[in-house]
Design a protein around this ligand. Sequence first.
Ligand code: IMP
Ligand code: ZN
Length: 348
Amino acid sequence: MDNEADIFYRTLPKVELHAHLNGSVSFQTIEKLLSRKPHLNIEHSMTAIGKGQRRTLDECFQVFKVIHQLVDSEEDILMVATDVIKEFAADGVKYLELRSTPREERNTGLTKKKYIETIIKAIQQCKNDGVDIKVRFLVAIDRRNGTEVAIETVKMAEEFMLSSDGLVVGIDLSGDPMVGHGKDLLPALQKAKDCGLKLSLHLSEIPSQREETDLLLNLPPDRIGHGTFLHPDVGGSQSLVEKVLKKKIPLELCLTSNVKGQTVPCYSNHHFKYWYKLGHPCVICTDDKGVFSTDLSQEYQLAASTFGLSHEDIWEHSQQAIDCIFAPDDVKQQLKQKWIDMKPQVFK
Ligand code: IMP
Ligand code: ZN
């Protein structure tokens, strides 16, 4: 969906909890990166999936590799993170949890530590510039990289949690679901949980992960990314659903990402319907707004038009997302007040 969302959805204050930094790079920022690195011969068509287009999950992961070639220095990361934060703010997002996998790049001297520091710097700069959005950061573990890297990542995340003035709040587990197994990452994830980092895990993004999901749900995670194949209608199981319901683990749901990545056949079959009907906490998110050519306002509008939700339903949906954030209660209270203050203006 490459349309402009209606004014209601733009003005609606929103919470974005599932946004991968390098998947969120806009057309305009890609343009700047292309001009910095013309020798790479990369074209726009290689960094985004446009209107009506679909890709296999495998092809989606190729797109990230291309973007990583374009974003490989401290300078690039600072620009990309700053642009992404400002774009979410311009779309009416009032609270954003950004996630990204620390990378080192020999060519540019980038280290994983510098990578995280640079994102923190971008968050602080946006705050100092008065951009109207609160931003927190989740350090991502790419499942492909195995046990040792996962443990190293958790160590770094813990250090930054203690030194970043509350900006680093948790860990994300992501990466190609076809590669690696959660059991190898369990010790690292357990350690993260024990030291007070929150956990958002991509779970059951593809059908063959029942055993892994069952194992990781025992942690339990604080939120689930996608959870596409959890429920029995699509080959999951009632016992997985029961675990999620019992522990009240919120789901981060990304409609366009799942349809364009073809893990969901069409919008009307999206598992949003299943969980929403149960009254279970779920939060509409973008996943990769740049790669999937969308934004959060469009995703909200899409959910409303696909599942017949009224403006009041959508308002409630955006408001209940505040309870799913990883920042502490004082931030939740500030956001709840903001929603109260903004309501007359959104419904005028
Ligand atoms: P980065 O971590 O900021 O570099 O963002 C891109 C990375 O996010 C990809 O290389 C993947 O590891 C991860 N990612 C983005 N979208 C998805 C998804 O839908 N499923 C799993 N991992 C994803
Ligand atoms: Zn994701």
